[in-house]
Design a protein around this ligand. Structure first.
Ligand code: UD1
Length: 423
């Protein structure tokens, strides 16, 4: 199994190109199931989850092609959907497989998708996805670990009033895709407002869908009988960009990030500025970050967009270990998302966990050791901790990081980090 070996203490200097957003590319790929035409996506990141989603779509009969190497563009044509089934072997490695449920049931009238099961960062149920699809006329049952959805009589889903009790990103995406091909109007209330939702809506509109209000808490969709092929450029990855902003800041370096979308990073940039980090937009789509000689503690509370992203909480914690004072980090989205804290404590951090709050006292000198990555963003935070730690940090289970970061060790090496992949 691959590991990452990092020798810390080097300020990062140079320029990093930010990849396309995994969490926008995944629903865009699933949306290709809604049409028999070809959907072409560009700026697709070459990460494990995208490969898994490609395999899943191919399993369902779609032709998935990646013409370049490394692939940043991809064409998907689901001329026919044969097996409307997402098997456990593929779903278990990637929860986002649930994104095929809405398009499948809307296109074929039936779908069988394995339940994602537990996840390191919390229970992460899909009850809200299922309830919403039921409100649109699907009959849903679960047996043998699978969700089975069908439209009675083999007809189309019908539009309806869907109101989410709790804001859910992939739940909103599933309903948005299903509604695009349903009969009549759908209103999605308490919808997620993440940029990835707006990006999906933009693609669906290019495919012929009628959608208003994406990016707000109420989305209206007027269903169409048919959708068509389209070409779409996936938005930049705001979490990868945020991670590199912290990498520049934590090493007291000076980095330039290109091909990013500063607008999507507003709450992250604001919070990093609170800690004394200097961030400037030097050109459209380009950010420069300069570490502060003395970082100052700041409290953070994760929230749905446009609040501070839960996917940046672990990386912020790494930074907080280097800031002077006490930082209180409150996680409101997932119930068990502090698994990285115990590894940082082993590296010398002073962190105590009280329920959903982590209290970080800094600055503390970190020292390298062997650590284990527990999930995607936790592994990114351990890389960041390793970049400032004294000596060598060896991160195990880096398959987590490969799920969502494109060539992270290459990108970091190119700006001076001493990091390499070892077996
Ligand atoms: C998406 C992102 C993930 C990010 C998360 C929150 C993708 C592929 N993944 O995950 O990176 O961390 O948003 O920004 O885009 N919930 C329920 N019932 C449901 C659905 C969700 O109780 O049916 C709960 C979850 O357990 C969690 C909260 O709602 O506590 C938010 O989860 P959700 O927005 O659905 O996260 P994902 O869409 O899975």
């Amino acid at each position: 199994m691959d590991k990452l070996l990092i020798e810390g203490g080097i300020p990062l200097e140079g320029s990093v190109r930010i990849s396309g957003a995994k969490n926008a590319a995944l629903p865009a790929m699933a949306a290709a199931l809604l049409t028999s035409d070809r959907v072409e996506l560009t700026n697709v990141p070459h990460v494990r989850d995208i490969i898994t989603m490609g395999k899943l779509l191919a399993h369902m009969g779609a032709i998935v092609e990646t013409p370049e190497l490394p692939p940043t563009s991809m064409t998907i044509q689901a001329e026919q959907v044969n097996g409307a089934e997402a098997p456990y072997e593929l779903v278990r490695t990637m929860r986002a497989s649930i994104l095929t449920l809405g398009p499948l049931v809307a296109r074929t009238g039936s779908a069988r998708v394995s339940l994602p099961g537990g996840c390191a960062i919390g229970a992460r149920p899909v009850d809200l996805h299922l309830k919403a699809l039921e409100q649109m006329g699907a009959e849903i049952g679960t047996s043998h670990g699978y969700v089975e959805a069908r439209v009675p009589g083999g007809g189309r889903l019908r539009g309806g009033n869907v109101f989410f009790d709790k804001i859910t990103v992939t739940g909103t995406e599933n309903v948005l895709m299903a509604a695009a091909l349903a009969e009549g109007e759908t209103t999605i209330g308490n919808a997620a407002q993440e940029p990835e939702i707006t990006d999906l809506a933009d693609l669906l509109i290019k495919m012929g869908a009628d959608i208003e209000g994406a990016g707000t808490s109420t989305i209206r969709v007027s269903g169409k009988e048919q959708l068509y092929g389209a070409t779409h450029r996936v938005i930049p990855d705001r979490i990868e960009a945020g991670t590199f902003l912290v990498a520049g800041a934590i090493t007291n370096g000076s980095l330039e990030l290109t091909y990013c979308e500063p607008e999507h990073l507003r709450s992250i940039i604001a919070k990093l500025r609170d800690t004394g980090v200097e961030i400037r937009e030097t050109a459209p789509g380009t950010l420069s970050v300069r570490g502060a000689r003395k970082l100052i503690a700041a409290d953070v509370r994760t929230e749905e967009y446009p609040g501070f992203a839960t996917d940046m909480q672990a990386q912020f914690m790494a930074l907080a270990t280097q800031a002077k004072g006490t930082s209180v980090i409150t996680e409101t989205i997932f119930e068990n998302r502090f698994l990285h804290a115990s590894e940082m404590i082993r590296m010398g951090a002073n962190i105590s966990i009280e329920g959903r709050r982590a209290v970080v006292h800094g600055p503390t000198e970190l020292s390298g050791t062997g650590v284990i990555a527990s999930d995607l963003r936790a592994s990114a935070s351990l890389v960041l901790a390793g970049l400032v730690a004294k000596g060598e940090t060896l991160i195990d289970r880096v398959y987590h990081i490969d799920r969502g970061y494109e060539r992270i060790e290459e990108k970091l090496s190119s700006v001076g980090a001493r990091i390499r992949r070892v077996q």
